[in-house]
Write a protein of this length. Structure first.
Length: 246
């Protein structure tokens, strides 16, 4: 299991405003907001950081045009910032069965489909996802993703350009999430990630994944996210409620 990507609800400016786009580039991240999947209802821009990335979504129409309904609803309600933390796994069925046996309401693994060309055609992506429920007071959920096979993974890697590894930034090492997490939220996290607990305090939980990447959850009044990379350039950029360090 590893950190894979971070789904963000963003305003249109992150895809069209020249100053905003240049601020991301000047921080050291190659960024081409026009590239990425989309339909008449949504547009995705990706910020590639080694094998991890930010998946930044602007909703063009209220119905989302095929985007995840729950995330579209949050967008329409005004939420901007990280909506989902996605983890990569190679054992989706085992994970789903294990969580279900612990009475955790995880969704069943499902292939990701997009409707396009006036909803006449369906495009199936080469991965399937399942999700934990949203946290009680934080508009965020954790998802799990499994690629169809190594061939599909290698194929998708070809599209992870332009990539910040060309600028000496090779991957994400830590994500630190602050927000009004409840005791119930912490209990859920401890159950799901019991094998990876690194640190536990009254208002903080940290987990170290097999890749040595760290996930940290801190109970604070305001929902904010910090994403750390393996770079030591001393720069950062803010994208909605997410600060990315390089």
């Amino acid at each position: 299991m590893k950190l894979d990507h971070f789904v963000l609800n963003i305003g249109e400016g992150y895809q069209k405003d020249v100053g905003t786009i240049n601020a991301i580039r000047q921080a050291g991240f190659p960024y081409e907001p026009k590239w990425g999947k989309g339909t008449r209802g949504f547009k995705v821009s990706n910020l590639w950081i080694g094998s991890e990335y930010l998946e930044m979504v602007y909703i063009r129409r209220n119905d989302g045009g095929g985007w995840v309904p729950e995330w579209t609803q949050k967008y329409n309600e005004g939420h901007r910032g990280m909506i989902c933390l996605m983890l990569d796994t190679e054992h989706m069925d085992d994970l789903y069965q294990s969580l279900s046996q612990k009475n955790i309401p995880v969704t069943a693994p499902k292939w990701l489909d997009f409707k396009w060309f006036f909803n006449l055609l369906t495009r199936r992506m080469p991965w399937r996802n399942c999700y934990l429920p949203f946290f009680q007071q934080v508009p965020l959920q954790i998802g799990f993703q499994e690629m169809k096979d190594q061939k599909s993974r290698d194929f998708m890697d070809q599209y992870m350009v332009p990539n910040s590894r060309d600028k000496g930034i090779h991957g994400v090492t830590k994500v630190a999430i602050q927000g009004p997490f409840t005791s119930g939220d912490f209990a859920l996290l401890k159950t799901v990630f019991a094998a990876y607990i690194k640190e536990e305090r009254e208002r903080l939980l940290a987990f170290e994944l097999p890749t040595k990447q760290v996930m940290e959850f801190a109970a604070e009044a305001t929902y904010q996210v910090q994403i750390y990379t393996d770079s030591s350039k001393g720069r950062s950029v803010d994208i909605e409620n997410v600060r990315v360090f390089c």
